[in-house]
Structure formats: C-alpha cells, structure tokens
Design a protein around this ligand. Structure first.
Ligand code: SF4
Length: 417
C-alpha cells in the first residue's frame, strides 16, 4: 500500500514511472507477482474479445500478457491482457480452470494489478488493458475485484488510456454502470448460441445471466458511456451447435444489444478436462464464421442470406461470399461500369475499399480490363466469374472452379495460441 501511495504522485500519463520504487518491493513479493503474471497471462489466452494477433517482435519474445491488437480507432496497439484470477468456483467441462482441476491458482489484488500494468504502460510496452477473471469467490467478489482495479487506475493514478473490462455472468445494473463509467469497452462471454447449448458446456451459467448485463450495457452505451461499445465471444464447436444457430444468436446480438463485435473462438480440447477427447474445431471454421460476420457488418447481408449447406453449416472450402454468389446465378454477371453500390459490394473479390475506388474512377475512366480492377484492389481471380467489363465476360467454368475448391482438403491452420 505504501508503494501505491508513492506512485499516486507520479506522472502516469506522461510515461514517467519510478522503477526504483518497484525495485524496493521485497524480493520474494516481486517473484511472487512474476509467477502470478505468468499464470494469469497464459490463462487469458482463451479470451478472444478483441482482434488479438499472435505477432511477435522480431527476435524478441513478448513479456507475459502483452498482446498486439487493433485499437478502437483501427490502429494497432499493444494490450496487457490477463486474468485477475484463475481460481474458479464453476465447473465448465471444457475449461482447464474449472474448480475440479488441480492447477496452480493465482489472484492479483487491485493494488498488484495496478502496479504491474502501470509499470508496463510507463515503459511504453502496452497502450491499454484487457482485464478478465474466473469466478473467484463468486460472481460479486470477482466483479468487485476487477472494478476496484480499474477504479484504482482511473481515480488514484489518473490513467486515461484504453480499458476493456469483462463483465461476469449475472452482473447487476449497478456493477455494469460502474464498469461503463470506468472502461472504454465491456464484454460478456456468450460461449454458446442459445440456452440449451449453454447448459452442455457451462451448467452454472444461465442464458438470462448473459443477456441481462448486455441489456444494461446497451443502456449505458445509449447514455453516452462505453465509447468502444460492447462485444461478446462464442466458443465454436464445443456444444454441437451449427453455424446457423451461431448466426441466429449473432444477428440478435447486433440487433437487440447493439454489440460492436461478436468474436468466435475455435474449441480446442484441453487435457485433464471432461472434454479432453472431444474433437477440436478446425481453425478454418472460425475463419469462415469471421468472414460471414464481416458480411453482416460491412456488406449489408442478413443472417438468413448466409450460404448454409444442408447440415446448417457454412462450407469450409469456399468463403461465404463466394458461396453465396454461387447460390445466386440469377444475380450475375454484373456490369462494373454501371451497377449500383449495393450490387457491386455483393461481388466476390470486391470489398468496401475497392468498391469506393471503382465508384470514384468509373465516371471518368472506362474500366475495360481485369488488370485495371486489380490495380483498384479487386481480387480478380474471384471477381472475374461474376462480372462484365464493358460487356465482356472474363470468367471461366464456375462449376469446375467449385469442384476444384471442394476437392481441396480442409487444412487445419495455425490457431491463435
Ligand atoms: S466460468 Fe467456466 S469457463 Fe470461466 S474460468 Fe470458470 S470454469 Fe472456466
């Protein structure tokens, strides 16, 4: 506590941090915090409610908890991502932190958390905080511990940078309000697309205990708090859910709760859990869900338009926009020179940026050749099957293209961790 009283007089916002004070901590206490950090940063890897990338600095291993992500303004930023505690009272069968597992446990006090975060922030290693927690001591104490930590940063240390704070299931209106006044973004993990699926993988979590805090957070957003909005995360493939169920839930999240983003996290079977033998989800499924989510958020698609197959899942070998176009031959080919904005945006290979370039240029210049489109950023190998340029069609036999794509093995790609 003495340490923190001293630190409160330092200039956190200007990046000057009295390392000498940290060094003055008792050696064994420092060691203890280092070990806690290792555990709590490692266990936070399952949290995906921000666009974390596994990038490392060339030749350098990042310190525990430091993760590269995209800030609210879209620019890259390094976040300090960790759990406040990995001790859990709940027993989700897919989770290595479940109470029945014998794993090393750790909890940071608000003072410890503030100290280690400010140290990294002042050193320029991180620009923001992503704080989550297991259900340590129950929902109320776990939520209070995180809120106290962020309040300490904001009030005592006048920290004004980015904070993403996880809400616990069942968070009350007063807790959400406090979180919304302290954090830039909040999120609460949905984990499964409906109550039935949720029971299978998280028996202590109730569906309403997730939706109610989301509704409170939406009210906070409407009141002008939470400038970076709210988000959620689903574990994909753990509860036997289909992609159609996932998108029924995702569309509801955007429509009813005004979520800024839904994240998908491919289920990875964890040793020493009841689901250790459950098949892990191929990373490519997570990727297809993310692409389909982009279609909802940036391309004007409805969830009901997504190209689900007979098993109610998205195809794995073909990206969802390409698959949708194949299902709608009556809409193609489209003449690039004259088509409306909405029609152009539905063409595979054309994204929001290349669309704007096409619209900006086509009044002055006739786009006649594929290489003209390529220069505008269009993925020509996809687009050419669905367009005409000045009346000329450049596509091939789409049936053959599809057969080739479907014959490709579904390659398991690198996971984020
Ligand atoms: S609530 Fe469930 S998923 Fe979260 S840490 Fe506890 S056991 Fe793991």
């Amino acid at each position: 506590m003495l340490l923190l009283t001293c630190l409160s007089k330092t200039r956190v916002r200007t990046g000057v941090f009295p390392f000498v004070l940290v060094v003055s901590l008792a050696r064994n206490q420092l060691m203890d915090i280092d070990r806690k950090l290792e555990l709590l940063a490692e266990d936070a890897r399952f949290e995906a409610c921000d666009s974390f990338t596994p990038r490392k600095r060339k030749g350098k291993r990042r310190a525990p908890g430091i993760q590269q992500t995209q800030g609210p303004d879209g620019k890259p930023m390094a976040l300090f991502r960790l759990l406040q505690s990995n001790s859990c009272e709940w027993d989700c069968p897919y989770c290595p932190l479940r109470r029945s597992n014998d794993v090393e446990r750790a909890t940071l006090t608000p003072e410890e958390l503030a100290t280690v975060f400010l140290q990294r922030h002042a050193a320029g290693e991180v620009q923001g905080l992503f704080l989550s927690s297991a259900v340590d001591g129950g929902v109320r104490p776990a939520m209070a511990r995180m809120l106290d930590s962020v309040e300490l940063l904001r009030v005592r240390f006048a920290y004004t940078g980015y904070v993403h704070l996880k809400l616990m299931p069942g968070a009350r209106p007063d807790e959400v309000e406090r979180a919304a006044t302290l954090a830039d973004r909040v999120s609460i993990n949905l984990e499964a697309p409906n109550g039935e699926r949720m029971k299978r993988i998280s028996p202590e979590r109730r569906w309403s205990s997730i939706l109610e805090p989301m509704a409170y957070a939406r009210e906070q957003q409407e009141a002008g708090n939470l400038p970076a909005g709210q988000a959620t995360q689903l574990v994909v493939g753990a509860s036997g859910e289909t992609d159609r169920e996932i998108f029924a839930a995702t569309a509801r999240m955007y429509r009813e709760f005004r979520l800024r983003r839904v994240y998908f996290s491919a289920f990875r079977a964890q040793p020493n859990t009841p689901m250790a033998e459950h098949e892990s989800t191929p990373f490519v499924r997570q990727q297809r869900l993310q692409e389909a989510d982009w279609l909802l958020r940036h391309y004007g698609f409805n969830a009901s338009e997504l190209p689900f197959e007979v098993d109610n899942n998205l195809p794995l070998q073909i990206d969802p926009k390409f698959a949708w176009a194949l299902q709608h031959p009556e809409r193609f080919p489209v003449e690039i020179q004259t088509a409306d904005r909405e029609v152009l945006l539905r063409i595979p290979g054309i994204g929001p940026i290349s669309l704007e370039r096409i619209l900006a240029i086509r009044g002055a210049v006739r786009i006649r050749e594929l290489h003209h489109l390529r220069k505008l950023g269009v993925v020509v190998d996809k687009a050419r099957h669905f367009i005409t340029l000045d009346g000329r069609f450049f596509g091939g036999d789409v049936a053959q293209v599809v057969a080739r794509l479907r014959a490709r093995p579904v390659v398991e790609q690198l996971t984020l961790w």
